[in-house]
Design a binder for this molecule. Sequence first.
Ligand code: DAK
Length: 258
Amino acid sequence: MTTYENILTRVEGRAGVAQLNRPRALNALNRELMTELMTALEAFDADPAVGCMVVAGNDRAFAAGADIKAMAAATPAQMMTGSFIDLWDRLHHISKPVIAAVSGFALGGGCELAMACDMIIASETAQFGQPEINLGVIPGAGGTQRLTLAVGKALAMEMVLNGRTLSAEEALRAGLINRVYPVEVYLEEAIRLANAIAARAPVAVRLAKEAVNASFEMSLRAGLDHERRLFYLLFSTDDQKEGMDAFINKRPAHWRGQ
Ligand code: DAK
């Protein structure tokens, strides 16, 4: 079992949970933390005992952004070559679903990390924002792209140009997040959701994630063709035969992940 210094990991049921753990810096995302987080998520992705993952912070902060102290003196070349970007890109290669459980601050890179996950469950105290403009920069890990896709141009412009933050309720109304719960239970609910997804046909879950994510990258025509090919592919699995037989015979399905 790998030991980490900046995150805590555990498996609850079939949910792999990775909790950011730099509370004194409001979970600011430095290279060490991001390296550990990606390593942990890749380990969960490879672990057959895990079907879905949860990335969380603590009740006060999911993450208050990339570590400003670590990047304040950086040159463009250091930002480009320091492997920081490669680290973030590793998240896109995780094939099992990843749920962000967000409470308190999700700012800058914290908001971008949550948006790079597949779903966001929030506590009532969550705050989402891209305050980079206050530092004389702009978002660099998807904050101008994923945020705009999620909430639309009007709100994204206000957040990116003027540092406006969204409360959990506003984020829910804007379509940025899935659900809001009291702070006492949001993490439990995120883990419950992860376990519900982990109980479903594993190959179909992976391909479902891939198909939805493809909609951000492809034209509608190409996306529809891609979806159809994945749909056909699932007819090669035992789980498709099992799922349809279980429906016809009015019994629960037993997924084998094959
Ligand atoms: N970095 C480093 N330390 C941070 C931090 C951050 N982002 N946010 C908070 N901290 C530290 C504070 O410095 C303080 O440490 P000490 O002074 O006690 O040593 C401690 O956490 C507690 O913070 P505060 O004392 O400020 O707490 P408050 O409750 O008063 O305020 C706050 C909370 C969240 C409103 C405030 O801390 C704040 O405004 N934080 C900065 C938020 C922010 O500007 N975030 C955006 C950072 S830029 C990329 C990938 C990612 C990114 C870019 C590119 N690539 C892959 C290319 C991301 C960029 C960013 O996120």
